[in-house]
Design a binder for this molecule. Structure first.
Ligand SMILES: Cc1cc2nc3c(=O)[nH]c(=O)nc-3n(C[C@H](O)[C@H](O)[C@H](O)COP(=O)(O)O)c2cc1C
Length: 150
């Protein structure tokens, strides 16, 4: 089983997370060795239960102003995920982060995920735009399977 935590404000990340879980289900049906994906959505209402097993994080990008090079990392909307990762012991179980965003934001593309990776010292595993594509789902599932097995 692959545990995947995500946060979604306007629904794109939720849609992609569900797409990934469906893709995993199909892979698992074809070959039981291929793991399923267990999803958990984090929000401002999330109570910390304390992570005790490996998991991955998916986070979209919402930033206020700046250019992403020498300024501009003022995170909006998604801070509940950072708060969750900062709870004692939680970040230690995080095996990597997948960022999403929109390439129109140039240097700020997926910047929240990149900054979290630095702060929590975990690998940046992949990125995708908006709701992702079928290709993104298979590419990212393969990455999750590989890192989860390591
Ligand atoms: C106000 C606002 C600011 C955004 N800022 C960024 C940004 O700095 N970098 C980026 O890559 N995408 C940015 N995006 C795009 C979102 O990350 C993208 O739409 C994402 O798929 C939203 O995920 P969600 O629907 O799960 O909340 C922004 C979108 C909005 C509405």
């Amino acid at each position: 089983m692959i545990n995947l935590l995500y946060i979604s404000i306007s629904g794109n990340t939720r849609a992609f997370a569900e797409h990934l879980a469906e893709y995993a289900k199909a892979q698992h049906q074809a070959n039981v060795e291929q793991p399923l994906i267990h999803l958990e959505e984090v929000s401002d209402a999330t109570q910390n239960e304390g992570e005790t097993a490996p998991y991955f994080v998916m986070i979209p990008t919402y930033l206020d102003g700046g250019n992403g090079i020498d300024n501009g990392f003022h995170e909006l909307m998604t801070t509940a995920m950072g708060d969750y990762l900062r709870e004692p012991g939680n970040a230690e179980w995080c095996r990597g982060i997948i960022g999403s965003g929109n390439r129109n934001f140039n240097e700020q593309y997926c910047l929240t995920a990149k900054e979290y990776c630095k702060e929590f010292n975990v690998p940046f595993l992949a990125d995708y735009e908006l709701r992702g594509t079928a290709k993104d789902a298979s590419r990212i599932y393969d990455i999750l399977v590989k890192v989860n097995q390591a």
